[in-house]
Design a protein around this ligand. Structure first.
Ligand code: SAH
Length: 214
C-alpha cells in the first residue's frame, strides 16, 4: 500500500476540516492524521475521495463512517492508553485503527464474515494489532468483559442491556440510538456508586445494528 506525500497532504486538510467542525482532542486528530484511509476504501472508483469528510459504501451493503463521526465518537469515549475497548461493528476496520492509535487494547466484533476477514487482513498488513471476532455484537464478549469503554458503530433501536453489563464501573459507552433514519448519539457513564447517567450528543445516521450473524 502506497502512502504518498499527496495522501499525507490530503489527510492534513481533513484534520483541519474536522477540527473546524468542533473536534478538539489532539490525540484523536493525530490519529486521523496518521491513518491511510485510502487503504480502507474498497471501491476503486471511490478511493480518490478517501480524504473527503464523508461516509462511503464498503462491501456487504455496509459503510465506512464519516471521519468527523469517527472522531466525534472517539472523543466522547475519552480513551486512555492501555484501556480495554470493545467496538461493535468492525466494518472496514478504520475506527478500530483509530482506537489502536490511542494505545487502546481493542476488541472488535463484526456480524458480516466477509468484512470481518477483510478488516483482519488489512489491519494486519498495516500493523494494527486488534483482537477480531466474528459474531453478534448484541452478545458482546462476555469472556473478555468487563471493558473500560464500549463503542457501538451501528444504529441501535434500544440500549442493549447485555453490553451495559460488560462495562466497568467508571466506564463509558457511546452508542447511536434511534430508528432506521437517524439516531441520537448517547453517552452512558457507569458511576462508581453503580448509578448510570445518560446524555445526548446530537443526531447522526448509521447503518442498522442488526441481531444475529449474517
Ligand atoms: N466501525 C466501522 C463502521 C462500520 S458500519 C468502520 O470504521 O468502518 C457498522 C458495522 O456494524 C457494519 O459493518 C455492520 O455489518 C456491523 N453490525 C451491525 N450489526 C451488528 C451486530 N449485531 N454485531 C456486529 N456487527 C454488527
Amino acid at each position: 500500500m502506497e502512502d504518498t506525500y499527496r495522501h499525507k497532504g490530503l489527510r492534513r486538510k481533513l484534520v483541519e476540516e474536522i477540527r473546524k467542525k468542533g473536534i478538539t482532542d489532539e490525540r484523536v486528530l493525530d490519529a486521523i492524521g496518521k491513518i491511510p484511509r485510502h487503504a480502507f476504501i474498497t471501491d476503486s472508483a471511490l478511493v480518490e475521495f478517501a480524504y473527503r469528510d464523508a461516509a462511503f459504501p464498503i462491501n456487504a451493503g455496509q459503510t465506512i463512517s464519516q471521519p468527523y463521526t469517527v472522531a466525534f465518537q472517539t472523543q466522547l469515549l475519552q480513551v486512555q492508553p492501555h484501556e480495554k475497548v470493545l467496538e461493535i461493528g468492525t466494518g472496514s476496520g478504520y475506527q478500530g485503527a483509530v482506537l489502536f492509535e490511542l494505545s487502546a487494547r481493542v476488541y472488535t466484533i463484526e456480524r458480516q464474515r466477509e468484512l470481518h476477514l477483510k478488516a483482519q487482513q488489512l489491519l494486519g498488513q498495516l500493523g494494527y494489532k486488534l483482537h477480531f471476532f466474528y459474531g453478534d455484537g448484541y452478545a458482546g464478549l462476555p469472556a473478555y468483559a468487563p471493558f473500560d469503554k464500549i463503542l457501538v458503530t451501528a444504529g441501535a433501536t434500544e440500549m442493549p442491556e447485555t453490553l451495559l453489563q460488560q462495562l466497568k464501573t467508571g466506564g463509558r459507552m457511546v452508542i447511536p440510538v434511534g430508528d432506521s433514519e437517524q439516531q441520537e448519539m448517547i453517552l452512558v457513564e457507569k458511576l462508581s456508586d453503580g448509578k448510570i447517567t445518560v446524555s445526548k450528543h446530537g443526531t447522526f445516521a448509521f447503518v442498522p445494528f442488526l441481531k444475529g450473524k449474517s
